[in-house]
Design a protein around this ligand. Structure first.
Ligand code: FPP
Length: 281
């Protein structure tokens, strides 16, 4: 089956797992795996951008990753800082907006400075929004949003419980303004979400692959996208409702195409005299 470029997910989120095992399989240290992992990051970002996917979110460093050996933690921050410095010109050239999601507090100063610089210098771009989840945890994000929500409400003299809705609450998340992920990919063979975007992935399609992150390339991403296109997304409706809706939508699309063709034929046929089909037909 070919990839249908008309029905790509708007937002893809990826849990990049398996760097350590990839390195161990090659008798190398974990750092080697993470380093190779940055190459996979580069190729997936380029591929998403070229396909026209609008949002890509990558899970690079979780709140829980602080529990790793100090040397590995240091190496990961070093890699991240280097990566951002090296990639910034290409991000700008390719019109990719970079965003950090996660807790600013605790990020080493040099890495934080690179994150901010990349955010500022790409803030006006929009071919692809690349969000990097660093020092990120889904539960922490939700409790932070609750704190901000309450603080705002208190500032404004309290709140009515009716004002609390999923929509109003989501404005306090790091991802405010972004569509929720349609597809979550996890590499490395584990079948779990590991505190990643817990609020936002409520209706996402989940795709798990055994491929270790450093081996995950363009073809693997396309495989995941094809699998996504096979899924029937119901959002609580029945399968019959979804199919009915699809038929109505495709009838509408056919009708719209028919009208557009009639207008263009009409324009070509009647340069004078006959009036074209009115625009709001
Ligand atoms: C999980 O693999 C991966 C991470 C904790 C870090 C992800 C980092 C990268 C892909 C490289 C740096 C990223 C950027 C954006 C510069 P693991 O170490 O848990 O692998 P394992 O499960 O095989 O041990």
């Amino acid at each position: 089956m070919e990839l249908d470029l008309e029905s790509l997910p708007r937002h893809v989120a990826i849990i990049m797992d398996g760097n350590g095992r990839w390195a161990r399989q090659r008798m190398r240290n974990r750092f080697f795996g993470h380093k190779k992992g940055t190459e996979a990051v580069r190729s997936v970002v380029t591929c998403c951008r070229d396909l026209g996917i609008r949002y890509l979110t990558l899970y690079a460093f979780s709140k829980e990753n602080w529990n790793r050996p100090e040397r590995e933690v240091k190496a990961l921050w070093g890699l991240l800082g280097k990566f951002l410095k090296a990639e910034l010109p290409d991000l700008i050239k390719n019109e990719i907006r970079f965003q950090h999601i996660g807790d600013d507090d605790g990020i080493p100063a040099f890495a934080f400075e690179r994150i901010r610089t990349a955010e500022i210098q790409t803030a006006h771009l929009g071919k692809l929004v690349l969000s990097l989840a660093v020092n990120y945890g889904g539960r922490q994000e939700i409790t932070r949003a609750a704190r901000l929500f309450l603080a705002d409400a208190m500032k404004n003299g309290g709140y009515a419980t009716g004002q609390i809705s999923a929509e109003s609450f989501s404005h306090y998340l790091y991802t405010a303004g972004q569509p929720d992920p349609d597809l979550v990919i996890r590499t490395g063979g584990e079948i779990r979400v590991s505190n990643f975007l817990l609020w936002q992935i409520a209706y996402a399609e989940l795709y798990f692959t055994e491929i270790l992150w450093p081996d995950f390339g363009k073809d693997d991403l396309i495989e995941a996208l094809k699998e996504f296109q096979h899924r029937e997304r119901r959002f609580g409706r029945t399968g019959e409702q979804v199919r009915e809706h699809r038929e109505v939508s495709s009838d509408c699309a056919a009708e719209t195409a028919h009208i557009a063709k009639a207008r263009s034929d009409d324009k070509q046929r009647a340069p004078s005299g006959l009036s074209p089909i009115p625009k709001d037909n």
